[in-house]
Design a protein around this ligand. Structure first.
Ligand code: 9MR
Length: 384
């Protein structure tokens, strides 16, 4: 899935992608000035961070690097801070990808979203195998998790802005509940989620700690998942669990429809608990001709896709506590979507050749309006 088509980018394409000159992209690389019409500069006008997931080793490619540095002010490692990657064999660590991204971000004046400490997926084989064959007891599992969270959060102490501490614990059913069959919940009970937040807070008291999930701002149509997460957060906060924010992933699909109004209301409701909000993994997929070119098969999807991106950003803009808006990778060639959803793609804001798509323009325009408002009308004739 990595950069399948990047090397086909033409020089002209790159100029369009960057919307800047070579000199400006060199400036971005040195961590200095960024283009005033870039997403990150426009978002900065209202104190919003605009982000992307990054594949650290793709930063070797200059075109990818220029967009990552020039357009975004916060970055998330797509995979490189997950337990499977950082501790592939017990006691053997690989921080190369995570270190690389942290260094890149600091060089380019970007903040970092750490992702993710407690999730049922992308766990190391030695851990899941050990639990399955009984060589790792539940008490040992709990200690290993404590150690994992402490080691990773301490390593980057003071350098991570937001941590996705816990990821995807709620069921997609109506009503929704904490999933009793989740790997962590089934072995250690639901209380392990609160413990993870406490351990992360001990390791880095200044990092903002987030609960992150998908379909928790009405995207499920029923709002059942949002209701369940809201009730749980309220309970956790009443118990003094150090949770600072909610991350709504924002993985949309044009075939299902989506209510920006509902999303705004749900974000506002989380904010009423005193929490910060972040859109953490925004993308909008649709059906495409093939996984290589990713041309939508329904022409209307080329309108629906940027519209839904815009609705998500507007929901974030409408709620003051929404502090960052992150897209889950910026180019279609790099997206997780074609590998997970048969026949779908076109989910990001740049095409497979790293040319900006209408969704890029949509976000840019929304940010421009958010920053300076629409210009006042030119005065017209008397009484009109
Ligand atoms: O983008 C990630 C992809 O490269 C991995 O193969 C995948 C494995 O599940 O995880 C992707 O990121 C996920 C994120 O960590 C949590 N929310 C859902 C994302 C898409 O699956």
């Amino acid at each position: 899935m990595r950069l399948r088509r990047l090397f086909a980018v033409s020089a002209a394409g790159v100029a369009v992608v960057l919307g800047t000159t070579v000199a400006a992209s060199a400036a971005a690389n040195s961590g200095s000035a960024v283009a005033p019409d870039s997403l990150r500069a426009l978002a900065a006008n209202i104190g919003l961070r605009i982000g992307t997931a990054v594949i650290p080793f793709d930063l070797d490619h200059p075109d990818y690097q220029a967009i990552a540095a020039g357009q975004f002010s916060v970055v998330t490692p797509g995979n490189e801070m997950k337990w499977q990657v950082v501790e592939p064999a017990q006691g053997t660590f690989d921080w190369s990808g995570a270190d690389r991204l942290v260094a890149f971000a600091e060089q380019h004046g970007q903040l970092i979203r750490g992702h993710t400490l407690l999730w049922h997926s992308q766990l190391p084989d030695w851990l899941t195998t050990g639990v399955a064959n009984g060589t790792i007891s539940n008490a040992q599992l709990r200690n290993l998790l404590h150690q994992h969270i402490t080691t990773e959060v301490s390593r980057y102490k003071g350098r991570i802005w937001q941590w996705d501490v816990a990821n995807e614990f709620f069921t997609d059913s109506n009503p929704s509940t904490i999933n009793p069959n989740d790997f962590w919940v089934s072995h250690l009970g639901a209380g392990i989620i609160a413990d993870a937040f406490r351990w992360a807070h001990q390791a880095d008291p200044h990092a903002l700690l987030f609960y992150n999930d998908y379909n928790i701002a009405g995207e499920d149509g029923t709002n059942a998942k949002s209701d369940a997460v809201f009730a749980w957060l309220k309970q956790m906060l009443a118990q003094g669990v150090p949770i600072n924010g909610v991350g709504d992933q924002g993985h949309l699909d044009t075939q299902y429809g989506f209510s920006g109004t509902q999303m705004t209301q749900d974000l506002q409701r989380y904010a009423s608990l005193g929490l910060k909000l972040a859109i953490t993994e925004a993308d909008v997929r649709t059906f495409v001709n093939n996984a290589t070119d990713q041309v939508p098969t329904d022409h209307l999807a080329t309108f629906a896709q940027p519209y839904e991106f815009g609705q998500m950003l507007k929901a974030c803009l409408a709620v003051r506590q929404c502090i960052s808006f992150t897209v889950w990778g910026f180019g279609d060639a790099d997206s997780w979507v074609p590998g997970f959803f048969t026949g779908e793609g076109y989910a990001t804001i740049y095409d497979v050749n790293l040319n900006p798509k209408p969704a890029y323009t949509e976000l840019q325009q929304d940010l421009r309006l958010a920053g300076s408002g629409a210009p006042h009308r030119v005065p017209s004739g008397a009484g009109r």
